[in-house]
Design a protein around this ligand. Structure first.
Ligand SMILES: NC(=O)c1ccc[n+]([C@@H]2O[C@H](COP(=O)([O-])OP(=O)(O)OC[C@H]3O[C@@H](n4cnc5c(N)ncnc54)[C@H](O)[C@@H]3O)[C@@H](O)[C@H]2O)c1
Length: 366
């Protein structure tokens, strides 16, 4: 079996998660990482053979088959373009870019060079959302008319919480919507098979300034992105969606909830009970389906690695997503699709339109 070489650029929280997950794809070798800070130490800590401060030098010297882009958002396009120019496939973190225009350029470059550009919308590869999509496709829900939920965290609860992730010049002009909402909106479209066509949004910035600790002491920094995002969506298949996104919601560490209502049944997934699917019924008792390869659609069984009763969560979803994408590099087609750069561009378009709606107070067509 041909082995493939992977390299990761940006070795913060998620870069390390990429390295770990890649090690579980049997025919992939993580050959190098790049980071502008402490690359050699980071490589050594993770047992990766080479650590580079300059990602271009890394690409030229190790010639990976695929580069994982795990830098802050404002760097995504630059690293992606450098990879495509060198004939290297890309898996990029979300949100894909700073805006739809950048995302369009990235899509064009992937097409021009005939390379795979994939997004790490890893929620698609948890067993339960994978199964939800199969159930909608099989008609078990009837007509899907309502999608509801959101994505909540609490790491920005206090005025003193600070990160590049709250500054528009690093994260893009929306924060909660692009960072958290992009995951949820992609998941809602993936499960329902319907595409968002019109959007409405209300944003709120709870702290107009935040306190950044600097070497000179605390500094008050004006905040130009939203702490909270409430949205309404109209889908092309007739469904309506509502969702809330925020990292200022005390007690919610990292909760994604997706509820889907159809004319026959409803479905509910809450990633705090990651292996459970609640199937809602009117005239029969509700059902709780707990992840078990013997009890799900055969396509979903293919993305489950352990028997029932053995939980599969965040690192496993990364492993399954990367397995699907590296499979595509080898010419295979996954049962359920992974997110491509076209999907990432579509989500960036929605995010831009949600921003426009929040500014104008109007419904906006995507
Ligand atoms: N899929 C998910 O669930 C998920 C979760 C968290 C973060 N993310 C995304 O991953 C990306 C990174 O987020 P994070 O939480 O890991 O951030 P982070 O701040 O922890 O890590 C970013 C890393 O990039 C490095 N970096 C910055 N500039 C660089 C450059 N020019 N060259 C090489 N390295 C550079 C930094 O030194 C740092 O190590 C973001 O786009 C974020 O939205 C996705």
């Amino acid at each position: 079996m041909e082995r493939l070489k992977a390299a990761v650029v940006g070795m913060g929280f998620i870069g390390a998660a990429h390295v770990e997950a890649l090690r579980r794809v049997p025919y992939v070798d993580v050959v190098a990482i790049a980071d502008s800070f402490g690359a050699a130490e980071k490589a050594q800590k993770l047992g990766v053979p080479a650590g580079y401060a300059d990602y271009r030098q890394m690409m030229d010297e190790v010639k990976p088959d695929c580069v994982h882009v795990c830098t802050p958002n404002h760097m995504h396009k630059e690293v992606v373009m450098a990879a495509f120019e060198r004939g290297i496939n890309v898996i990029c973190e979300k949100p894909m870019a700073m805006n739809a225009q950048e995302a369009q350029e990235m899509v064009d470059a992937a097409k021009k060079n005939g390379l795979i550009g994939a997004l790490n919308f890893h929620n698609r590869y948890y067993p339960i959302p994978h199964q939800m999509r199969r159930m909608v496709m099989n008609g078990e829900l009837g007509d899907v008319f309502f999608v509801e939920g959101g994505y909540l965290q609490d790491w920005l609860q206090y005025k003193t919480d600070f990160s590049w992730k709250i500054l528009a010049d690093k994260c893009g002009k929306t924060r909660a919507t692009a960072d958290l909402g992009s995951h949820w909106i992609d998941l809602a479209e993936y499960v329902t098979g319907q595409k968002v066509k019109e959007v409405f949004a209300e944003f709120k910035t709870i702290y107009p300034t935040r306190t950044q600790m600097t070497e000179e002491g605390p500094k008050e920094v004006p905040i130009d992105t939203e702490d909270f995002s409430c949205i309404i969506l109209r889908f092309d298949g007739g469904a309506v969606g509502t969702a809330a996104f925020s990292a200022v919601f005390s007690g919610k560490k990292n909760q994604t909830v997706l509820r889907v209502a159809g004319t026959k049944e409803s479905l509910e997934w809450d990633n705090e009970k990651v292996n459970d699917l609640l199937i809602g019924r009117r005239s029969e008792p509700n059902m709780l389906l707990t992840k078990d390869p013997a009890l799900v659609d055969p396509a979903t069984a293919s993305v489950i690695s352990y028997p029932g009763g053995h939980a599969e969560g965040f690192p496993d979803a990364f492993k399954q997503n990367f397995t699907a994408i590296y499979g595509a590099i080898r010419g295979e087609v996954p049962a359920n699709p992974f997110a491509t750069f076209e999907d990432g561009l579509h989500i960036m378009n929605i995010v831009d339109k949600l921003y426009e709606s929040a500014c104008s107070g109007k419904w906006i067509t995507v």
